[in-house]
Ligand binder design. Structure first.
Ligand SMILES: [Zn+2]
Length: 120
């Protein structure tokens, strides 16, 4: 198992799954900054055609703008992750403000899909 997650992040979010055990040769396909029309739809169509699942790190703002795409991601069995509300620049944003954006991102996604877990 190879872990590339910074230790700080793993300590800040102990309830988040950072690693999975096992030695199988697998890759995890991840897609950031959506959902957005055209690109997310194209990705979902391709994953469906190849019978693959992916992990979509979504921005809360875009989830609110395109709830139908967020629902499609989940309906088709993919995983979703919180990628903040509107993608603040981590180098230019205070930790408190950044963490508020992370919380707002998670809350926005839960507004659209109330069955999402509370972490992040
Ligand atoms: Zn991003």
């Amino acid at each position: 198992m190879i872990s590339r997650s910074p230790v700080l992040f793993r300590k800040l979010f102990p309830g988040v799954v950072w690693n999975l055990p096992g030695n199988r040769k697998e890759i995890l396909l991840t897609f950031d900054d959506g959902p957005v029309p055209v690109a997310t739809e194209w990705i979902l169509d391709g994953l469906r055609d190849y019978r693959l699942k992916g992990l979509f790190f979504c921005l809360g703002e875009r989830v609110k703008q395109h709830p139908e795409l967020f629902h499609r991601i989940r309906k088709e069995g993919h995983w979703v992750g919180n990628h903040t509300y509107n993608h603040p620049d981590g180098w230019k944003t205070s930790v408190n403000r950044y963490m508020e954006d992370v919380k707002r991102g998670g809350a926005s996604s839960r507004e659209i899909c109330s069955d999402l877990p509370m972490e992040g």
